[in-house]
Each structure stands twice: as structure tokens, then as C-alpha cells.
Design a protein around this ligand. Structure first.
Ligand code: ADP
Length: 161
């Protein structure tokens, strides 16, 4: 029963992330989305908010996936949830070096857990949470990039800030 975790900041979750979830679910019996803290990234939404948004978005899309939060090393999260693999998504060239470095570091920390990469679909290859936040902060339409619940949460959050 191969089980995988899909870790990320998900600040907020986009259709690009959801595309990766759907691809990974075809291969793995069980997939857990892990919303993690990243000390080098400042987030718009809190950890709890990001988790809730992931849950709502995946529910809206009809994808039954468990969503958890994790503060600490991703490799420890995989161990704790007895996952054999860590899923990551790849967009353009720019993702490769960072992901390569992270995968090798994680393998160094625990050689039993594999990193598995899924290519994004063409339509989401340029999409990132940062771009969505940027467009929305200028009042642009992000309905093609995020589910309705996420768009509403962005509206509320950006009104406050
Ligand atoms: P992190 O801070 O861990 O990079 P992100 O939420 O930015 O968190 O991304 C989580 C994972 O999802 C990463 O592997 C990233 O490359 C991938 N990802 C993000 N956006 C997309 C997208 N549009 N298509 C495919 N993969 C994506």
C-alpha cells in the first residue's frame, strides 16, 4: 500500500497544486497533503488557515484527501505518517535546482523515503501562489487559478491588509 505525502506552503492552494494531487492519486493508494511551515517564507495565511483552505478546496473539487499541518522537517513528517514517498510538483526549469537540492538532502536524512516528481500540466506551468496573490492584490480575476473558496478567502484577507 504505497502512501505518499505532498508537502508545501500552499499559501494558498491553487489549481496547479490540485493538478499534482490528482496525478499523484492515480499512482499512490493513499495521499496526504501536508501544509508545512517554511522558515524562509513569509506567508499571507496562517498555517491553520492554509490547512482549512486546502480542505475546502479539495472538498469543492470532490477530491477526498487528508490534509494535515506539520511544523518541522518534511522527512520526519513522512516517517511519522509512514509514507514511502514525498511528492513534489515541477513547473519550469526554475523549480529543478531547488527541488533537486531538497530531494538529495532528504535522501541523505533518510534513504528509505523517495522523492517523486510530477510534471505540471501546461496550463498551470506558469502558476504559483505568489502570482495569484499579486494578481488579486491589484484587483485582478484569479478564478481560473484557484477554487471559489480560495478566491473569497483572498478577497477577505487582502481587504484586511
Ligand atoms: P513550497 O514552499 O514547499 O515550495 P509551494 O506551495 O510553493 O510550497 O509548492 C509546493 C509544491 O507544489 C512544490 O513542489 C511546487 O513546485 C509545486 N507547485 C506549486 N505550484 C505548482 C503548479 N502550478 N504546478 C505544479 N506544481 C506546483
Amino acid at each position: 500500500m504505497p502512501r505518499a505525502i505532498y508537502p508545501g506552503s500552499f499559501d494558498p492552494i491553487t489549481y496547479g497544486h490540485i493538478d499534482i494531487v490528482q496525478r499523484a492519486r492515480k499512482i499512490f493508494d493513499e495521499l496526504i497533503v501536508a501544509v508545512v511551515t517554511n522558515p524562509s517564507k513569509q506567508t499571507l495565511f496562517s498555517l491553520k488557515e492554509r490547512r482549512k483552505l486546502c480542505e475546502q478546496a479539495l472538498k469543492e473539487e470532490g477530491i477526498p484527501v487528508q490534509v494535515i499541518t506539520w511544523e518541522g522537517l518534511v522527512i520526519e513528517c513522512a516517517k511519522r505518517y509512514r509514507a514511502q514517498a514525498i511528492i513534489r510538483g515541477l513547473r519550469a526549469n526554475s523549480d529543478f535546482e531547488r527541488e533537486f537540492q531538497m530531494a538529495l538532502t532528504n535522501r541523505d536524512l533518510n534513504g528509505d523515503i523517495e522523492s517523486v516528481f510530477f510534471m505540471t500540466s501546461g496550463e498551470y506551468s506558469f502558476l504559483s501562489s505568489s502570482i495569484v496573490k499579486e494578481i488579486k492584490s491589484f484587483g485582478g480575476d484569479v478564478s481560473r487559478f484557484v477554487p471559489p473558496s480560495v478566491e473569497r478567502a483572498l478577497e477577505r484577507k487582502l481587504q484586511k491588509t
